[in-house]
Design a binder for this molecule. Structure first.
Ligand code: NAD
Length: 475
């Protein structure tokens, strides 16, 4: 995990509101309702002391924003980074509101953060920080299976989710659903197979969907499909790694990978696994034989490629570098990697942007499945596997009666097993990404909307408005 790079000076939250306002013009809701959907409902800011290993006390600054509570619980990641502030957390919470609505996930939007560089602390210190943060959230109604459910984000992972779930459980030991207070947990603590790579795989499926639209590809001068396309991925973390690997397995060429310490480039394509192994062994992405090193990592974004995938942090493509981007498509795996000012330049240059609120929704989609599993207290596989095996056996028996036994026998062996929980989760993820893209695309075409982001926001606004209208929620 690396410290965040210099962010764009403008407020990220204002940027998200700008996208909202632009898209709202293509909807027909009254201004009061739009205002209710737009603004951030609640922000919790706290400072708490933590005893460091050297005996000193350090005061931590932390936040949790609940952008919209039109559906409960609110859902959104927890970020550990020195550049966490209230504006960023509010912006990321707002993106979660629109992301969940767009994907048909019944959650409001939230986000949390602690202003801390995780690399500067020992394991024990990080555990104390996380547990104290969880306690503060719980005291104020910003944590709980039916209220507010964090997940991993930049600088956090399964370990932090486990600490939070354990802290919650120890303070609310009579809550039967305690484990559903976070998602992205380790498997042994109620996690779900596939969650770790869900965001990256969702990015992959989203790109596959976008690249399959013939008209769009023709307008960009590209053939449909992933095969033989060139990709650049920035950020080799939870999101970037599985996305790069899946694209490579599908026949894409990963021509550059960028990390904090530098980038590596090869126009014929890199072996993602080898780059990761090299980084693990040497501590750096640089220095591999037969590969070009780029020491100024930001320059990797400007190399020629078909699809550029920023999967690190917000504010990476700004007015400064937007004119130099050579990609035909920018796939926003990170949240807010393109500033609104840069977006204007890129769209004018005919570059397509696949927006974050759609593209990185794989994580919250699978988090939803994990939350449901925790509330059900049973895995999806356990409820379906034997039944499916039996159903398949009956089907194959019937086919054997009708056709030649040997022909069927061979295929029966591979197709008979019921699906594992991982297979169920990943197929539901793929389906969710495909359905959402179709909706965004159809809305864009039907209403002649200018770009995919405006269409995604307009759809999300409509879905939230529908919830409010049906709830008759205003007292
Ligand atoms: P992570 O901490 O696992 O990985 C991020 C990687 O980016 C790190 O390896 C870091 O060193 C690298 N990085 C940082 N600054 C960089 C720079 N300037 N150039 C190149 N590399 C740089 O974080 P993550 O969980 O993968 O999250 C990445 C982005 O995806 C964030 O914007 C996050 O909000 C978003 N996101 C994450 C999830 C999830 O499930 N983790 C879900 C949705 C969205």
């Amino acid at each position: 995990m690396a410290p965040e790079s210099n962010l764009s000076r403008t407020s990220m939250f204002e940027g998200v509101l700008g996208y909202f306002d632009h898209a709202a013009r293509y909807t027909r809701h009254e201004q009061g309702l739009l205002d209710q959907i737009k603004y951030c409902n609640a922000v919790f800011r706290t400072r708490f002391p933590v005893r460091l290993d050297n005996g000193r006390i350090m005061v931590m600054e932390a936040y949790r924003a609940q952008h919209s509570q039109h559906r409960l619980p609110v859902k959104g990641g927890l970020r550990f980074s020195p550049l966490v502030d209230q504006d960023t957390v509010m912006a990321l919470a707002a993106l979660m509101t629109f992301k969940c609505a767009l994907m048909g996930i019944p959650f409001g939007g939230g986000k949390g953060g602690v202003k801390v560089d995780p690399r500067a602390h020992s394991l024990g210190e990080l555990e104390r920080i996380t547990r104290r943060y969880a306690t503060e959230l719980l005291r104020k109604g910003f944590l709980g299976p039916s209220l507010d459910v964090p997940a991993p984000d930049y600088g956090t992972g399964e370990r932090e989710m486990a600490w939070i779930a354990d802290t919650y459980q120890s303070l609310r030991h009579d809550d039967l659903n305690a484990l559903a207070c976070t998602t992205g947990k380790p498997l042994v603590l109620g996690g779900i197979p596939g969650r770790r790579e869900a965001t990256g795989l969702g990015v992959f499926h989203g790109i596959v969907e976008a690249l399959s639209v013939e008209d769009h590809m023709a307008a960009l001068g590209l053939e449909p499909g992933v095969k033989d396309k060139s990709f650049i991925v920035q950020g080799l973390g939870n999101v970037g790694v599985p996305a790069a690997q899946a694209l490579s397995e599908a026949g894409g060429r990963i021509v550059a990978l960028a990390e904090f310490e530098g980038a590596v480039h090869h126009p014929d394509g890199l072996d993602v696994r080898k780059v990761l192994d090299h980084r693990r062994a040497t501590g750096s992405i640089l220095g591999m034989r037969g590969v070009h090193d780029i020491t100024d990592t930001a320059k990797a974004l400007e190399l020629p490629c078909d699809v550029l995938i920023p999967a690190a942090l917000q504010g990476q493509i700004t007015e400064a570098n937007a004119p130099s981007i050579q990609a035909r498509i920018i796939a926003e795996a990170a949240n807010g990697p393109v500033t609104p000012q840069a977006e204007r330049i890129l769209l004018k240059r005919g570059i397509m942007i696949i927006p974050d609120i759609y593209l990185n929704a794989g994580g919250v989609t699978v988090s939803y499945f994990e939350w449901l599993k925790n509330l059900n207290h049973v895995s999806f596989e356990r409820m379906t596997r034997r039944y499916q095996q039996t159903a398949h056996r009956r089907l194959y028996d019937a086919m054997e009666d009708l056709a030649g036994r040997e022909d069927i026998e061979l295929r029966r062996k591979t197709a008979m097993d019921g699906p594992t929980e991982r297979e169920l989760v990943l197929s539901a993820l793929q389906d969710t990404m495909a359905i959402a893209f179709r909706e965004i695309h159809e809305r864009m075409v039907a209403d002649s909307l200018p770009d995919l982001r405006t269409s995604a926001f307009a759809l999300a606004i409509d879905k939230i408005a529908l919830t409010y209208e049906n709830l008759g929620i205003f007292p």
